[in-house]
Write a protein that binds this ligand. Structure first.
Ligand code: ADP
Ligand code: MG
Length: 359
């Protein structure tokens, strides 16, 4: 269990303070429970399931759901302890309602709704990717966000917190998924990203011939499954090929493709700030190329801390805060006009009853 906290302990909760929001994410293979007070993260507990799924080389959905159920109580207790708070201090509960593995999502969502219902506080359903965007604390819109994880690869124009436009996504595998699958083909342990990246350091990044994804495209979509298939065929036809060369060439192409499309999106939107989130943001080559691209285009680049950039509950609490605060308040700090559908009333109107049918 990873515990994080920068709590100064319990404050005078009788006085006015930014709302204390509990955030839950069980969208995939990590049980995340975090607590935020305003933009301040008080606790960020993540119980990873890596060991559980290791031997399958990928996430087993049913095992993931059962494990979430097994550890969620303890994760909540750890988060409260780390924040120096009690359950009764919580002003609202936020939980990921999607996208993700249905069974896994259901655990955190039902848990969060029941908690909110029991405490008599608002329940805030959060889109998982809104959570990743909200993890960029300290960054004010407008910005371009690249989310590259095991489950998602997508670009968003975040013009204000109430105006988020998806510009493009992967047509097939996510970047992290491609890392994991190719790592498996190379006989590396799960999760494959870090292991493949380490092997790549010893290889020649032009050592083998692999296809460039979406070659010739001028759009803002990604695709990684053709590249993955090309690696599988290469290994089948040339079993003695240097694996480090395969890893290095694969990594160069995935990162290069991510950067190529991101560059197009920056040029098309004119946005001057870039935020990179998701597990793949830990990749060394990606970080170097993002820095180079930012310097070349005069675009400021931000990587949320790894603890906030991979799946976690604190980012869901932070996104819940934005929903609770509402577009009217958001207008005062990001220049946005209030818009319909994202306002405080809409967020508060969500019924926390455990009998509420899942939208
Ligand atoms: P998800 O929960 O959707 O799988 P996470 O944000 O938890 O996504 O990130 C996990 C993904 O990030 C995995 O696919 C993993 O292989 C990838 N990853 C982690 N570190 C690296 C790295 N150094 N290079 C490339 N990919 C990485
Ligand atoms: Mg994960």
């Amino acid at each position: 269990m990873v515990e994080g906290s920068n709590s100064q302990g319990r404050d005078g909760t009788g006085g006015a303070h930014p709302p204390i929001i509990l955030g839950i994410d069980t969208s995939c293979d990590d049980t995340g429970v975090g607590i935020a007070r305003g933009e301040e993260v008080l606790a960020n507990v993540v119980v990873p399931q890596t060991a559980l799924h290791d031997r399958f080389g990928g996430v087993m959905p049913e095992l993931a759901s059962r494990e979430h159920l097994e550890v969620i109580d303890e994760a909540l207790e750890s988060a409260l302890r780390a924040a120096g708070l009690e359950l009764s201090d919580v002003d609202a509960v936020a939980a990921t309602h999607g996208p993700g593995l249905v069974g896994a999502l259901l655990v955190g969502l039902s848990y969060g709704k029941s908690l909110a219902w029991g405490l008599g506080v608002p329940f805030l359903p959060v889109h998982h990717l809104q959570g990743h965007l909200a993890a960029a604390t300290g960054v004010k819109p407008p910005f371009l966000a690249l989310i590259a994880s095991g489950g998602h690869t997508a670009l968003f124009a975040v013009r204000s917190w109430s105006s988020v436009e998806e510009l493009g996504r992967s047509r097939d595998d996510a970047a992290g998924e491609a890392f994991d699958k190719v790592a498996r083909l190379l006989g590396l342990p799960y999760p494959g990203g870090p292991a493949l990246s380490k092997l790549a350091e010893e290889g020649d990044d032009h050592g083998v011939k692999l296809p460039w994804p979406m070659a010739g495209s001028k759009g803002l979509e990604f695709s990684f499954s053709g590249l993955k298939t090309a690696v599988a065929l290469l290994l089948e036809r040339q079993p003695d090929v240097d694996r480090a060369d395969v890893a290095a060439t694969f990594e160069r192409i995935v990162v290069g493709s991510l950067m190529e499309v991101t560059r197009r999106a920056l040029e098309a939107t004119g946005l001057r700030r870039l935020v990179i989130a998701g597990g793949v943001a830990a990749n060394r080559r990606l970080r170097q190329e993002v820095a180079a691209l930012g310097a070349e285009l005069g675009v400021a680049t931000t990587f949320p801390s790894p603890a906030l950039a991979t799946d976690n509950g604190a980012m869901i609490a932070l996104a819940g805060r934005l929903a609770l605060r509402g577009a009217a308040n958001a207008a005062s700090d990001d220049g946005a006009e209030p818009s319909e559908g994202h306002d405080q009333t809409a967020a508060l109107a969500t019924d926390a009853s455990p009998y509420l049918p899942l939208a």
